[in-house]
Design a protein around this ligand. Structure first.
Ligand code: AMP
Length: 190
């Protein structure tokens, strides 16, 4: 089983992924974490990624797909058990590329779990995370830019996956446990 966990910045993708990994034994690929790791290690990818991340913009599709495919290939055995894609795809072009990258490896997406959260709550959560974790892109100006990018470039993926019959809308508001119970319900009924 391969899942995409989908939603705006601050919708709880990372938090809920941790629970999903535990319950279903999935391999977690968070493209945000992968990019932050490149930045920390000072790689060429990291240098390029930092330019975009600090401005709240998306890394160009072609580069992002290249980075993702490399992670999949470096973790072949883990990926066979099923993957949870967190923060990827973020554009229609990435979704198309993901389909192709997975097909080449005899894999496909089973479902897209869409965490739906009101915009004012997203901003509140991200500001809190910025204070707690010190993530540099969790400042008000960059948060606003990231939400705009989400609306323009990422949200259209909802309709893309609805058309494929794969989108499962989850109310992403409430306690972490309540939200996780809704996700389990959706996933177990696939
Ligand atoms: P995240 O941790 O998922 O919120 O991602 C942090 C930042 O990394 C985003 O604001 C983007 O700049 C970049 N990023 C993460 N995933 C992607 C992706 N799939 N495509 C393009 N940029 C990405």
């Amino acid at each position: 089983m391969n899942l995409v966990i989908f939603g705006a910045p601050g919708s709880g993708k990372g938090t809920q992924s941790e629970f999903l990994i535990e319950k279903y034994g999935l391999f977690h690929i968070s493209t945000g974490d992968v990019l932050r790791d490149h930045i920390k290690r000072g790689t060429e990818y990291g240098k390029i990624a930092n330019e975009y991340i600090s401005k709240g913009l998306l890394i160009p599709d072609e580069l992002m797909v290249q980075i993702l495919a490399a992670v999949l290939d470096a973790n072949k055995d883990n990926a066979e058990k099923g993957v949870i894609f967190d923060g990827f795809p973020r554009t229609i072009a990435q979704a198309e590329a993901l389909k192709a990258v997975l097909a080449e490896r005899n894999m496909e997406i089973g479902a897209v779990v869409g965490l739906e959260v009101h915009e004012d709550e997203l901003v509140e959560r991200l500001i809190k995370r910025g204070k707690d974790s010190g993530r540099a892109d969790d400042n008000l100006e960059t948060i606003k830019q990231r939400l705009e990018v989400y609306h323009n470039q990422t949200k259209p993926l909802q309709d893309y996956y609805i058309a494929e019959g794969k989108y499962r809308a989850i109310n992403g508001q409430g306690s972490i446990d309540e939200i996780f119970a809704r996700i389990i319900d959706a996933v177990d009924n696939l």
